[in-house]
Design a protein around this ligand. Structure first.
Ligand SMILES: Cc1cc2nc3c(=O)[nH]c(=O)nc-3n(C[C@H](O)[C@H](O)[C@H](O)COP(=O)(O)O)c2cc1C
Length: 252
């Protein structure tokens, strides 16, 4: 929960919870970042370069991380603040930025919820980008304006949307299906694999992790069906990418 208060976004999340519980057995646990004691990220880069245990705020972060790793699904919630997520949520994202380099949550389903005047696009996109970068399967986004300010017609529309997205998320969490990666995800895998090798001296933790996961000679984070067309595109993009990066950066 990225809001500093129990307001609109909490209300919407509760409606999602209610709907999901009406569909079957679900356990919900709310985690309020406001009460997590997580300090401001100091930008030391220790989590990325040396490993997440080197973070000066690791104890507070780990409490959140442990809850996330035990869950089948994660709902990320934030009101729109200046057309993006709140500082509270952004600060949490920054604390787990190392997961962009060393992703892990491949079996987790994620939903993003936002509340605001209506400009949800950037806010929801930002949550989606982070969830995907950690490795999660992003299921859906839900942006809801203040319910009590809506005309009956639009309130009904918003409530329908809440129910629809809650059902979709419920089904995906229950289904537990591992998705076959699209071209974008496959390219993502290859970019980060290349990065872990190229930055072996500056970010040694990445190569260590990628190696320990056995990904260095793999085509994706997990076993997936990859057709010949996708393989050809990945090889081509990889070659072009390498040439471009070689011109800009040392190590590629
Ligand atoms: C600092 C701040 C910035 C905000 N910026 C926006 C904005 O850019 N767009 C918008 O639609 N609403 C904006 N809002 C309104 C909130 O997104 C909206 O009231 C939301 O429903 C609050 O959710 P909460 O009650 O869960 O905290 C802003 C509110 C605050 C406090």
């Amino acid at each position: 929960m990225g809001s500093p208060r129990k307001g609109e976004s909490y209300k919407i999340t509760q409606l999602v919870e209610e709907r999901m519980k009406g569909l079957g057995e679900v356990e919900f646990e709310y985690l309020f970042l406001m009460n997590s004691g997580l300090k401001q990220c100091v930008g030391c880069h220790a989590c990325i370069n040396l490993g997440e245990d080197a973070c000066p705020h690791k104890s507070e972060r780990k409490v959140i991380e442990e809850k996330m790793s035990k869950a089948d699904g994660i709902i990320i919630v934030s009101p729109v603040y200046c057309q993006n997520v709140t500082g509270l949520l952004k600060n949490f994202f920054d604390h787990i930025a190392f997961m962009w380099h060393r992703p892990r949550y491949f079996h987790k389903k994620v939903m993003a919820i936002s509340s605001g005047g209506g400009q949800f696009k950037e806010t929801l996109k930002h949550m989606e980008q982070n969830a995907k970068a950690w490795g999660c399967d992003f299921v859906c986004s839900l942006g809801v304006p203040h319910l009590d300010a809506l005309t009956p017609k639009y309130k009904e529309k918003a409530l329908k949307d809440i129910n629809k997205k809650a059902s979709l998320f419920f089904n995906k969490v229950k289904e537990k299906r591992i998705v076959n990666p699209g071209l974008g995800r496959l390219i993502w895998f290859n970019i980060w694999k290349g990065n872990s090798i190229a930055c072996k001296d500056t970010i040694p933790q990445d190569l260590k992790y990628w190696d320990s996961m056995g990904w260095l000679d793999k085509e994706y984070f997990y076993t997936a069906k990859i057709n010949v067309f996708k393989k050809a595109v990945i090889a081509l993009v990889g070659k072009i990418g390498k040439i471009m990066m070689h011109r800009i950066y040392i190590g590629y």
